[in-house]
Design a binder for this molecule. Sequence first.
Ligand SMILES: [Zn+2]
Length: 92
Amino acid sequence: MKFPKEMKTYCPYCKHHTVHSVSLYKRGKERATSWGARRQAGRKRGYGGQKFPELVRTAKTTKKATLKLHCKDCNKELMRYGIRLRKAEIEP
Ligand SMILES: [Zn+2]
């Protein structure tokens, strides 16, 4: 699905419809020193290995695309709830 580069939608900070620039949300890089990563590293150490089955292949054939909207009036960012799509792109 194609999304417009700009769209007019409700801004909860301005409390009325304003022009927003649209971009796709991308997940941030995972830290190797986060508590979850360190706990998993500790579990995998020594004899015994993996504590729960590794996901071999997912049941889903699509990924959720979350839109990141940037209000041009107040410079605040808001996210639009993710919808399942095969392919999401911003119209050039
Ligand atoms: Zn705003």
